[in-house]
Design a protein around this ligand. Structure first.
Ligand SMILES: NC(=O)c1ccc[n+]([C@@H]2O[C@H](COP(=O)([O-])OP(=O)(O)OC[C@H]3O[C@@H](n4cnc5c(N)ncnc54)[C@H](O)[C@@H]3O)[C@@H](O)[C@H]2O)c1
Length: 246
C-alpha cells in the first residue's frame, strides 16, 4: 500500500488507535505529524518513533479550538512542506442514558467528534486542493450507523461523520481529494476499558468474527484509504467490526 513520501496528519495520535496508526504510517515510509491534547503521551511517542529513525513530530492542540488548529496547521506545513493525508481520528465518549444526559455532555461530544473534524479538514483542505492530491479519513463508529444504548451523543456525532464524509467526497472529489470514513466496532483501547467483562463477553458472542477488534485492525483500514491505490474509493464508510452489524 503506497504512502511512501507522503505526509500524514493523525489527530488523536498520542494513544490508542491513533498511536498504532502513527507507527504503521511511519513503517510505511510516511512523514507523520501527530495532533493531540495529551502532551505527555504525544511527546513520548514522537520521541520514541523519532529515535527509531522516523520523520515524526508531535503538536499539542485541542481539535475543537479553531485558532489552535489553524496555528498548528501552519506549524506542520512549515516543518513538512505539505500535507497529503489527514486522519481525523480524535474522538471521545461521555456515556449516559438519554434521560440522564446533560445538554453540556451532549454538546461536548459533538464538539470534539464533529466540530473537531470540521476544523482540521478546513485547515488542511486548501493545500490538498492546490496540490490536486489528498486523502481525508474520518473516524465514525458502528454506533453511528446502528445506534447504541447510553450513547445518544456519541451515536449522533458518529452519524454526522458519515454526512461530513459524503459531503466532502462530493465537494473535494473534483480537486483530486478523496474523503472516506472508517466505522470501527468494539476495539481494545482505553476507550472501551470501562465496559464490564460480562458485556465484553456478550460483544464477542454477537460478533461473527468472535473477538474484539485491535487498534491494528483499524490502522490497516486507515492505511488502505490513505494509499495511492484507494484513489477511486470516495465517500465510503469502511466497517471494521468483525461483521457485527450485518
Ligand atoms: N475503541 C473503540 O472501541 C472505538 C470504536 C469505534 C470508534 N472509535 C473511534 O476511534 C477513534 C480513536 O479511539 P481510541 O479508542 O483510540 O480512543 P483513545 O481514547 O484511546 O484515544 C483518543 C485520543 O484522542 C485524543 N483527544 C481527545 N480529545 C481531543 C481533542 N479535543 N483534541 C485533540 N485530541 C483529543 C486523546 O488525548 C487520545 O489520545 C475515536 O474517534 C473513537 O471514537 C473507537
Amino acid at each position: 500500500m503506497r504512502i511512501t513520501g507522503r505526509t500524514a496528519v493523525i489527530t488523536g495520535g498520542a494513544k490508542g488507535i491513533g498511536a498504532v496508526t502513527a507507527r504503521l504510517f511511519c513503517e510505511q515510509g510516511a512523514q507523520v505529524a501527530i495532533i493531540d491534547m495529551d502532551e505527555k503521551a504525544g511527546d513520548e511517542l514522537a520521541r520514541q518513533l523519532h529515535a527509531e529513525g522516523n520523520d515524526i513530530a508531535f503538536f499539542q492542540a485541542d481539535v475543537t479550538d479553531e485558532l489552535q488548529v489553524g496555528r498548528t496547521a501552519e506549524a506542520i506545513l512549515q516543518q513538512f512542506g505539505k500535507v497529503d493525508i489527514l486522519v481525523n481520528n480524535a474522538g471521545i465518549t461521555m456515556d449516559a442514558m438519554t434521560l440522564k444526559m446533560e445538554t453540556e455532555t451532549f454538546r461536548k461530544v459533538l464538539d470534539v467528534n464533529v466540530t473537531g473534524i470540521f476544523n482540521c479538514t478546513k485547515a488542511f483542505i486548501g493545500g490538498m486542493a492546490e496540490a490536486e492530491y489528498g486523502r481525508i479519513i474520518s473516524t465514525s463508529s458502528i454506533a453511528g450507523t446502528g445506534g447504541n444504548v447510553g450513547q445518544a451523543n456519541y451515536a449522533a456525532s458518529k452519524a454526522a461523520v458519515v454526512g461530513l464524509t459524503r459531503t466532502w467526497a462530493k465537494e473535494f472529489g473534483p480537486k483530486g481529494v478523496t474523503a472516506n470514513a472508517v466505522a470501527p466496532g468494539f476495539i481494545e483501547t482505553e476507550m472501551i476499558h470501562t465496559i464490564p467483562e460480562k458485556v465484553a463477553a456478550q460483544i464477542r458472542q454477537l460478533t461473527p468474527s468472535p473477538r474484539l477488534g485491535t487498534p491494528e485492525d483499524v490502522a490497516n483500514a486507515y492505511l488502505f484509504l490513505a494509499s495511492e491505490e484507494a484513489g477511486f474509493v470516495n465517500g465510503t464508510v469502511l466497517e471494521v467490526d468483525g461483521g457485527m452489524l450485518k
